[in-house]
Ligand binder design. Structure first.
Ligand code: ADP
Length: 409
């Protein structure tokens, strides 16, 4: 007797026992009756033709009806149902057919069930991957929203803080003038100097917060002008002279090709970049250490390097330091001096530097053998800037046209 005929003979018994077994779990008896009748017809076709893929449509329907809870809890419902159906089918065959026919039919239906398992597993996996990808996309959207509201908050808070700060600065300046005029007010002058230092520091932090929110919201606008790298460092050398003397450090400029050539960039913003990097070099180098500024000209770019003999940076931190609020070490370490050894800061300087350099179309990165406060392996900051012989916007470019011809002649 053919396998399909043997199976056909078991139709009623198989259906009754299957509906009985399956409806003990979940779903109504009527639902199971319909599903099992359809499954049996397809199983019969599969056994008769020797093509298990006859069962694909029903497995596909079952897997698409996987509920949200199944996906969330990673329960493998479909595989469990198929397992139960396989065992139940074998039991029905064994109980209702003589051993040789039972063996013949079991060998015919088992490949069909194996095929169902494989199809179900792959469909379930696809459904789960889609579900997880959707979850990830949702989480990314939420994070983006949170980041945006954080930036908005920083911008609003910074602007709100600026107004009262301007008042404090104004009144402190008036008091200072008043105290300077009266000869006996040396003590008051010292107190006023303290207020002045505090407000200056506060203004710097607020300005940094505003810069961070401009960078994060792609609102940083650059004012391109002719620049000369050596001139920018001449300004900074004067600015840092006091701190370098205080820390007994040396700052040396090693001339390189392109160092004194005209380029286009935003001088104020680039000074801010070099200031932040130099400030860190001073801050994270012990007393008596050295700092060198050098670089090289590359095709289309100029690379500036700032090297120090400081405590260095661990490889795993070398990208993190360019993220906002990324301060390594002890967060409790805070100092009113910007250049005290290992003095704390808000962790915004390098994030701002990266934002400015990238807005110029350049890149910034650090190289260091690692972090060691005793051996002080040092760090080298690289700043790559594109070489431009005109400003990227037409208006500014025209403004400096004559200068270009003078420079080229
Ligand atoms: P801040 O100086 O306000 O903490 P920055 O963004 O300028 O923030 O720097 C982030 C962190 O990177 C610093 O706290 C410091 O741990 C590390 N860092 C930056 N420059 C150097 C350097 N030259 N040597 C060693 N560590 C550095």
């Amino acid at each position: 007797m053919r396998e399909a005929e043997l199976l056909e003979g078991l139709r009623e018994t198989w259906l009754n026992s299957m509906v009985e077994a399956m409806s003990r779990g979940s779903g109504t008896r009527e639902d199971w009756q319909n599903q099992m009748t359809r499954f049996f017809s397809l199983l019969l076709q599969a056994v008769d033709s020797g093509t298990p893929s006859w069962l694909d449509p029903i497995i596909s329907d079952w897997s698409t009806s996987l509920t949200q809870t199944d996906l969330e809890e990673s329960t493998n419902n479909l595989s469990r149902i198929l397992e139960q159906m396989t065992l139940q089918t074998i039991a029905v065959i064994k109980e209702n057919l003589p051993p040789d026919q039972a063996l013949q039919l079991t060998s015919a239906v088992l490949p069909c069930f194996t095929h169902c398992f494989e199809t179900a597993a792959s469909l379930e996996m696809q459904a789960r991957v889609t579900y997880v990808s959707n979850q990830l996309a949702d989480a990314r959207l939420t994070l983006e929203k949170l980041d945006r509201s954080k930036s908005d908050f920083i911008a609003v808070a910074a602007h709100e803080l600026k107004t009262p700060l301007t008042l404090v600065e104004g009144y402190a300046a008036m008091l200072r003038e008043y105290a300077e005029r009266s000869a006996e007010s040396q003590a008051e002058l010292a107190l006023l100097e303290g207020i002045h230092n505090g407000t200056r520091r506060l203004r710097a932090i607020i300005d940094d917060m505003i810069d961070v929110s401009l960078i994060d919201n792609n609102l940083l606008s650059l004012h391109f002008q002719p620049i000369w790298i050596n001139r920018l460092f001449e300004i900074l050398e004067i600015e840092f002279r006091g701190s370098l003397m205080e820390r007994k450090q040396t700052l040396e400029f090693l001339p390189f090709d392109g160092y004194d050539e005209m380029n286009f960039g935003d001088p104020e913003r680039l000074i801010q970049v070099f200031r932040n990097v130099l400030n860190n070099a001073i801050k994270f180098t012990p007393d008596g250490g050295s700092i060198w500024v050098s670089g090289r000209k590359l095709p289309g770019f100029i690379e500036i390097t700032i090297k120090d003999t400081g405590i260095g940076i661990a490889p795993e931190d070398q990208t993190i330091i360019f993220h906002k609020f990324s301060r390594l070490g002890d967060a409790a370490l805070h100092s009113s001096s910007k250049t005290r050894f290992k003095g704390g800061g808000p962790g915004l300087g390098l994030h701002i530097a990266r934002g400015i350099v990238e807005a110029h179309g350049g890149a910034i990165w650090v190289e260091s053998p690692g972090f060691d406060e005793t051996a002080c392996p040092g760090s080298i900051f690289h700043i790559l800037l594109p070489l431009r012989n005109e400003a990227p916007d037409d208006k500014t470019s025209k403004l400096f046209d004559t200068l270009k011809t003078v420079n080229n002649s």
